[in-house]
Design a protein around this ligand. Sequence first.
Ligand code: UDP
Length: 330
Amino acid sequence: MKSLKDIVTGGCGFIGSHLVDALLAQGRQVYVIDNCRVGRQSNLINHANNPNLEIFEVDVSERKTMTKLFTGADRVFHLAAMADIIPSINNPELYIDANVNGTYSVVEAAHKAGVRRFIYAASSSCYGIPKSYPTSEMSQLEPQYPYALTKMLGEQIVLHWAQVFSLPAVVLRMFNVYGTRARTSGTYGAVFGVFLAQKIANKAFTVVGDGKQTRDFTYVSDVVEAFIKAAESNLVNEVMNVGSGSTYSINYLVKLLQGDVVHIPKRPGEPDCTFADISKISHMIDWKPKISLEEGVNKMIENIDYWKDAPVWSPESIQEETKIWFDKLS
Ligand code: UDP
């Protein structure tokens, strides 16, 4: 009988848990592999009684366990990774272990299991400070910090396994994904978690620089659809951008979120704009983003309680936290 078993590494995380929701809704059998350091099993609480879901709290670098768990799998979605810039500068080894060696472990297990499809969650941070917009997949890769470097190396491992070992892999480079369950705790990270916690606490939004910089904010349900379409396609050894088709300023985001603003210094190594060229993915798998920033922000505000325990960053605590960023990257 045809296997319906999908492996989702990082399935307890922000994007991974939304992907698991969608796969289970399609009647797939899902094995989630997550070390639950950042991901939370509570993100999958809606499926607590679903016999099609099994969660394995284990690190992807545990090769023997991976080989065992991957046996009989039909498809693999590899999202498990260490995220965030600052800890990657503080402790690059952790990132090499998780994002490079971890990816090696996953491609090997997938290859041994003879999976039918393999989708890798890559990051648009590989482009660094792009020279042209919208940025196409052919653009130069210039990672600016260890997180970006290790995600790019992971991508190269996946593509190498596609080329040499015929792993049926596709790489999706995601641009500024946001949505409900975007990570809340821990280090100073992605802007939505920062701003929503500030909104709850009635504190000013800490806008970097003049706020005119723009980001290709892409809503998580659109990203999930791209993963599923890529998995349902026959494409192999292709890299595709996943973006919103637009780019929005931080000032506009703040206007949508409504609140006071305080400005903090511009950070080194940050592009003034991220903006994906999505013509390739549109042609190749007929994918288009559906959720506008206005709709996406409304959905987050409706679910703002999710961020009620998130750290509330101030200009002072951000300055302290980002010191190493300024020291090393300036
Ligand atoms: N940003 C901001 N205030 C913050 C954190 C981020 O204005 O406290 C801005 C940042 O300058 C960038 C955008 O929000 O233009 C997205 O930042 P994030 O760190 O989420 O993603 P990245 O910079 O890696 O694209």
